[in-house]
Ligand binder design. Structure first.
Ligand code: SF4
Length: 444
């Protein structure tokens, strides 16, 4: 047998037993050691099956729900394939993907951070907003007096030095960036420069969520020229009075800004996806929701409807859940005997302006209320890769896989992990994605 293992990732103790005539065992140099048990499974399969075999770990349910594919960490194929490109193998390989618990922890906790990069980074570029929407857990005058942390006090804009570091690291690794998760990003004086720098450095996409009040013509042209790839504008109302009641501001201005942004985008020929969003607030009628959808779907690329989430006791809770996904959620809950590992710490990372590292929207929701959430690193001192593959992320992923959450109250009381179940449909040129939190209508 020919062995290709340039990084010595095989467990050496069983190498000899493992030699199979006229086959090649190829261990790609990903830096992920092959677990001894996986190798034994590989060996057993090769005894029954003389075709090619690949080892590509998967995490039950979470992989089904969309966790990025783990790299193939071992190939076994006949020597006759030696001169060929592996991707052109003429027979379909047998895939070994089912793992015992210790293998799952080995691949999806201990080595996950080197196997798979984050899908996106939430760059939290500030802590302020120019609106004070009634339902906002961060800036609402009804909710802010109940904050128990000082995160939303004063003005904490992300420094240009930190922005430069993020642009360089995400550009080099090809990681998308999102701004506006809890702040109004157009308030940051360097936001256009940041977007431009990100694109120059190779960041594949940069998304902004904004309330659109500051999206005037000058800003729109600057953002499009800088290379913004998608924008969500939070509007939440179709009627002027509703907008005033919920957002306390002028609906006509944001509507004009969005329509002008689309015209400019089309005139300049910049590929920037534009969506408007609507939070289902208490007191909003179904008629208004429908009017919002009908109006905006004619004009923008997509419309995003969100069920109102409210901070109750210690976590965000939904007032209403979409029924289309409830059967699937129940199915997966039974299959996982409770809950499956939440996907967010496997797909995203949030960098706060002070360099702290959070790991999902739920931890961001709690920013005003919970001093205890552990930061998973310090972006002032570490690189993104060091944080992503570091001990604190590893420990969190391990606890999620083991469903061992007694010391993680944010996760223990959270429902957001269920939002990873999706229902998709297509009707009259509109692609609809439903989770228990959102409905997204996207033009095809
Ligand atoms: S379970 Fe909730 S708090 Fe924990 S990582 Fe997932 S979304 Fe965040």
């Amino acid at each position: 047998m020919t062995l290709k293992d340039p990084q010595k990732l095989l467990p050496s103790a069983i190498e000899d037993k493992w030699r199979i005539e006229e086959m090649i065992l190829d261990i790609p140099p990903h830096g992920i050691p092959v677990h001894k048990k996986s190798l034994e499974k590989f060996y057993d399969t090769s005894q029954k099956n003389k075709n090619s075999i690949i080892l590509q770990p998967s995490l039950a349910i979470t992989s089904e729900l969309g966790l990025p594919k783990y790299p193939t960490i071992a190939y076994l194929y006949p020597q006759e394939y030696i001169a060929k490109n592996l991707s052109s193998l003429s027979t379909t390989p047998t895939v070994i993907d089912l793992l015992d618990l210790d293998e799952k922890l080995h691949y999806f906790a201990d080595h996950y951070g080197i196997a798979i990069k984050p899908q996106y980074v939430r760059a939290i570029v500030g802590n302020t907003c120019n609106l004070k929407c009634v339902m906002c857990p961060y800036h609402s005058p009804l909710i802010k007096p109940n904050h128990t942390t000082d995160f939303f006090q004063g003005n904490r804009a992300m420094s240009w030095e930190m922005m430069t570091k993020l642009a360089a690291e995400c550009g080099q690794a090809g990681i998308a960036i999102m701004v506006g998760s809890l702040e109004e990003p157009l308030l940051h004086p360097k936001i256009v420069d940041f977007i431009q720098l990100c694109r120059q450095q190779g960041v594949p996409s940069i998304h902004m969520t904004t309330n659109g009040q500051l999206l005037d013509e000058e800003k729109a042209i600057a953002l499009l020229a800088a290379g913004l790839t998608s924008i969500d504008i939070s509007i939440d109302a179709f009627e002027v009075d509703t907008y005033k009641r919920i957002r306390g501001s002028n609906l006509h201005r944001v509507r004009a800004n969005v329509l002008n942004f689309i015209q400019l985008r089309d005139r300049l020929g910049v590929p920037c996806n534009v969506r408007t969003s609507f939070v289902r607030n208490q007191g909003n009628s179904n008629d208004e929701e429908q009017a919002f959808q009908d109006y905006w779907l004619e004009k923008v690329d997509g419309v995003f409807m969100l069920n109102l989430a409210q901070y109750q006791e210690t976590n965000m809770r939904l007032n209403q859940e979409n029924q289309a996904v409830q059967d699937s959620i129940q199915y997966y809950r039974q299959k996982s005997q409770g809950r499956w590992p939440c996907m967010y710490p496997f797909t995203e990372v949030a960098v706060l302006p002070d360099g702290r590292i959070y790991y999902c929207i739920e931890t961001l929701f709690r920013l005003g209320f919970d001093q205890e959430i552990e930061s998973l690193g310090d972006y002032n001192k570490q690189t993104l890769q060091e944080i992503w593959s570091g001990d604190l992320f590893r420990a969190l992923r391990r606890d999620l896989i083991l469903n061992q959450l007694d010391n993680r109250p944010a996760c223990k009381q959270c429902d957001m992990w269920m939002s990873q179940v999706k229902f998709q449909s297509v009707k009259e040129g509109i692609h609809r994605t439903t989770t228990n939190v959102t409905e997204i209508y996207q033009k095809i």
